[in-house]
Design a protein around this ligand. Structure first.
Ligand SMILES: *Cc1c(COP(=O)(O)O)cnc(C)c1O
Length: 395
């Protein structure tokens, strides 16, 4: 099918939930993708932080290929070797002790919400159920996770929303201190807010939040669905901040392009889940876990995280240089290869002009250009992207 036909049929048969661009990608390799007409693009969207190893990484492709031919799915009624191996690898590389596998970020956060409530019920009685989240946060599209999301635009039209959530301004410790009451059981935050516009937490804030949680017996949940798994130049983003959460959620990059999510927890929290409390038919399948095992091994063994750190600095410097020449750039912020460029307005126009010139980026809130290149990106590819962006920003 050609692009025109794919678009026409897509508009007819697929539910109209995405503001899609007139582009149909049919092939990818490394940091590049191709559309149905064979036009090449540099991909600085990476499937929204999914394709961190670039498209079709050979180790991930081979692992999927082999496992698909061996065993794709069995029930969690049985032990699953790739699931056990992946859980162990994750636990050995972070502060958590146990893992539950699911299929997406929203599901991982649903699991985190359930685990926090269950823990609080067990240890502190029936009145502790409230979860505090941040304004501008994003935690997913299920009913509970749009409610956890501190942005009303994701909630409108879906009321009544589940109860038990409260919102505070991000990076404001005093507001959190005041909000945490007798019903509060947990605080859930993205160390770097993604969909909200790339806003990193400050070190003082997260350290203060962790202290407050200890004092008030609250579980600390970090949603690292977007910022985790090497994106910031650390394996997980919490490692940038010198604090340890009780619960961590992952998805996006975990499967190297294959769908998988994970809920990780320290032993005391994880122990609140008993057989029957939580489940997912597809969660932790042999195929998904084999893909993720290969992806996380590549991430840890092939210098990918170091590259994200070095190239993140390089890209940030280049964007700051552009900011000196283009007055419409108001701020460059973020960490590693999770960077946002706040412009005065008309972000979508800049995104379109970049696309026409062969660079894919996206835009959040109309005024923040988001850069999420694969973590295997090279200096030359960043130079090419910057040249395109420079032209797209105009004179
Ligand atoms: C993308 C995202 C989610 C939702 O993940 P899905 O896999 O789309 O359900 C949750 N939290 C954060 C921080 C995200 O960026």
């Amino acid at each position: 099918m050609k692009t025109k036909e794919i678009i026409a049929e897509g508009n007819k048969y697929v539910m109209n939930t995405y503001g899609r661009l007139p582009l149909a990608l049919v092939k990818g390799k490394g940091a590049r993708v191709w559309d149905a007409e064979g036009k090449e693009y540099l991909d600085f969207v990476s499937g929204l932080a999914v394709n961190s190893l670039g498209h079709c990484h050979p180790r991930v492709v081979k692992a999927i290929w082999r496992q698909a031919d061996t065993l794709m799915h069995v029930s969690n009624l049985y032990y699953i070797e790739p699931q056990v191996r992946l859980a162990r690898l994750l636990v050995e590389n972070c502060c958590a002790d146990r893992v539950f596998f699911c299929n997406s970020g929203a599901e991982a956060n649903e699991g985190a919400i359930k685990l926090a409530r269950k823990y609080a019920k067990l240890h502190h009685g029936p009145d502790k159920f409230e979860i505090i989240t941040a304004k501008r946060s994003f935690h997913g599209r299920t009913l509970a996770t749009i409610t956890a999301t501190g942005q009303s635009k994701f909630q409108k039209g879906f009321e009544p929303l589940p109860g038990g959530f409260k919102y505070v301004p991000f990076n404001d410790l005093e507001a959190l201190q005041q909000a945490a009451g007798p019903n509060t059981c947990a605080v859930m935050l993205e160390p770097i807010q993604g969909e909200g516009g790339i806003y990193p937490a400050t070190r003082e804030y997260l350290q203060g939040v962790a202290r407050l949680c200890r004092e008030k017996n609250l579980l600390l949940i970090f949603d690292e669905v977007q910022c985790g798994l090497g994106r910031t130049g650390n394996f997980l983003a919490y490692q940038l901040y010198g604090v340890e959460p009780d619960i961590i959620t992952l998805a996006k990059a975990l499967g190297g392009g294959f769908p998988i999510g994970a809920l990780l927890a320290k032993e005391h929290a994880a122990a609140a889940f008993q057989p029957g409390d939580h489940a997912s038919t597809f969660g932790g399948s042999p195929l998904a876990c084999t893909a993720a095992l290969a992806a996380v091994q590549v991430l840890l063994e092939e210098g990918v995280i170091e590259n994200a750190r070095v190239m993140g600095e390089y890209l940030k410097d280049k964007l700051n240089q552009l900011a000196q020449r283009h007055r419409q750039i108001k701020e460059v912020r973020g960490a590693g290869l999770m960077l946002g460029v706040e412009v005065e307005d008309k972000g979508p126009d800049i995104v379109n002009r970049c696309r026409e010139r062969g660079l894919l980026i996206n835009c959040v809130n109309n005024n923040v250009l988001r850069f999420l290149p694969p973590l295997i990106i090279k200096e030359k590819e960043i130079d090419a992207a910057i040249e395109i962006l420079d032209k797209a920003l105009g004179g």
